[in-house]
Write a protein that binds this ligand. Structure first.
Ligand code: UT7
Length: 331
C-alpha cells in the first residue's frame, strides 16, 4: 500500500491594518526605535483595533482566503485546529467560532495551547488525521491577538508582540511530499519565565489580579532568550541529523519570529545563509501562533515543489521543536 503523507496544499494569512511602529512605542515606554530594531529586528507590528474583535476575527478571513485559493468549499473541511494563547473565550473554542463564521458545517475542531510552538504542535497533530486516512482536508490555523494581553507600559514585552493569523490546508499526498518528520519538546519548569499569572483556575480574575496587572504577559526576557537560542538551534540540528540532511539539502528555514538574534543563532548552527531563512519579524513582530504560517504565506511564491523545509520554534512552556517537510506544490 502507498504511504500517505500530509502535505500543505495552500497557505493564507490575515494581518490587521493598524501599524504600530517603533517610533509610536517611544511615546508609551522608555525605549528607542534603534534599540528595538538592533536588539530584536522588529520595526513595526500590526494591532487589531475595534470593539468586540478577537482572534477568530483574524483567523476566519485567513481561512476564507485559504479556501478561495484552493478553490474548495467550507463544507468540505473535516477538521480545524487553532493554535492560540489568546482564544476569543475560554470556551467555546476559537475553532468552533471560526467554523460557524465561515460555514464549515461538516468540520469538528479544537484549540491547542502550545505557546509559540503551538502551530507546529497543531500541524503535527493535524497531519496524523491525514496520515491515518481518517480525514481528507484538515486546516491548521495559528493566530493571536497578543495586544489583548500586553501591558503597553512594560517595555520588555510591548516592543515584541503583534497581532496576526495564518492558516494552512493539509491534504493526503502519495508522492512522498509533505510532512516527513517532527521532534517536539516541552519543559514545564520553564513556565515561571514566561506566563500569564491570572485568569486561569488557579487565580481567577478579581479586582486584585486586575490591579496588579496579572492578566498581562509576564516575561523574564534573558532566561527565555538563552533557552530559545539553545532550544531552537539544537532541535534544528537534531532533525537534520536524524534525516541525514546537510545544509545544502535545505531550501528554507522557517523560524519562529521572536527575536532576529535567536533566528541568526539557529541558522548559523544549521550552516544556512540568510537568503534561505524566512523572515518577517521586521513588519509583524512576534505574533505567537501566527509567525510560521504568516512566513509561509509571505514566501509562498518563492517556494518550489520538492523543497526541503525545516520549521523551528521555541516558546512559553517551555515548548520547542522542529518539523521537516517537503513542499508539495508550485504556486
Ligand atoms: O516567543 C516567545 C519566546 N520569547 C522570546 O524568545 C523572547 C526572548 N527574549 C528577548 O528577545 C530579549 O530578552 C528581549 C528583547 C526581551 C530583551 O532584550 P535583551 O537584549 O535580553 O535585554 P536585557 O533584558 O538583557 O536588557 C539589556 C539592557 C538593560 O539595561 P542595562 O541594565 O544594561 O542598563 C535593560 O534595562 O537593555 C535595557 N532594556 C531596554 N532598553 C530600551 C530592556 N528593554 C529595553 C527596551 N528599550 N525596550
Amino acid at each position: 500500500m502507498t504511504k500517505i503523507t500530509a502535505a500543505i496544499t495552500a497557505v493564507a494569512g490575515y494581518v490587521p491594518e493598524y501599524v504600530l511602529t517603533n517610533q509610536e512605542l517611544e511615546k508609551f515606554v522608555t525605549t528607542t526605535s534603534e534599540w528595538i530594531e538592533t536588539r530584536t529586528g522588529i520595526k513595526e507590528r500590526r494591532i487589531l483595533k475595534g470593539e468586540g474583535l478577537g482572534t477568530s476575527d483574524m483567523c476566519a478571513p485567513a481561512v476564507e482566503l485559504l479556501l478561495k485559493k484552493r478553490g474548495i468549499k467550507a463544507s468540505e473541511i473535516d477538521l480545524i485546529i487553532v493554535a492560540t494563547v489568546t482564544p476569543d473565550f475560554s470556551f467555546p473554542s476559537t475553532s468552533n467560532l471560526i467554523c460557524d463564521k465561515i460555514g464549515a458545517k461538516n468540520a469538528w475542531g479544537f484549540d491547542l495551547a502550545g505557546g509559540c510552538s503551538g502551530f507546529i504542535f497543531a500541524l503535527t497533530t493535524g497531519a496524523q488525521f491525514i496520515e491515518t486516512g481518517k480525514h481528507k482536508k484538515v486546516i491548521v490555523v495559528g493566530g493571536d491577538k497578543m495586544s489583548s494581553i500586553i501591558d503597553y507600559t512594560d517595555r520588555s514585552t510591548c516592543i515584541i508582540f503583534g497581532d496576526g493569523a495564518g492558516a494552512v490546508l493539509l491534504e493526503p499526498n502519495t508522492e512522498g511530499l509533505g510532512i516527513i518528520d517532527s521532534i517536539l519538546k516541552t519543559d514545564g519548569s520553564g513556565g515561571k519565565y514566561l506566563n500569564l499569572k491570572a485568569g486561569g483556575s488557579v487565580k481567577p480574575a478579581s479586582h486584585e489580579t486586575v490591579d496588579s496587572k496579572e492578566h498581562y504577559v509576564f516575561q523574564d526576557g534573558q532566561p527565555v532568550f538563552k533557552r530559545a537560542v539553545i532550544g531552537m538551534a539544537e532541535v534544528s540540528a537534531e532533525i537534520m541529523e536524524k534525516n541525514k540532511l546537510k545544509s545544502e539539502d535545505i531550501a528554507w528555514l522557517v523560524p519562529h519570529q521572536a527575536n532576529k538574534r535567536i533566528i541568526d543563532a539557529t541558522s548559523d548552527r544549521m550552516g544556512l545563509s540568510s537568503d534561505k531563512v524566512m523572515l518577517n519579524i521586521q513588519k509583524y513582530g512576534n505574533t505567537t501562533g501566527g509567525t510560521i504560517p504568516l512566513c509561509l504565506w509571505d514566501y509562498e511564491k518563492q517556494i518550489k515543489k520538492g523543497d526541503n523545509i525545516i520549521i523551528s520554534t521555541f516558546g512559553a512552556g517551555f515548548t520547542w521543536g522542529a518539523v521537516y517537510l517537503k513542499w508539495a506544490y508550485n504556486s
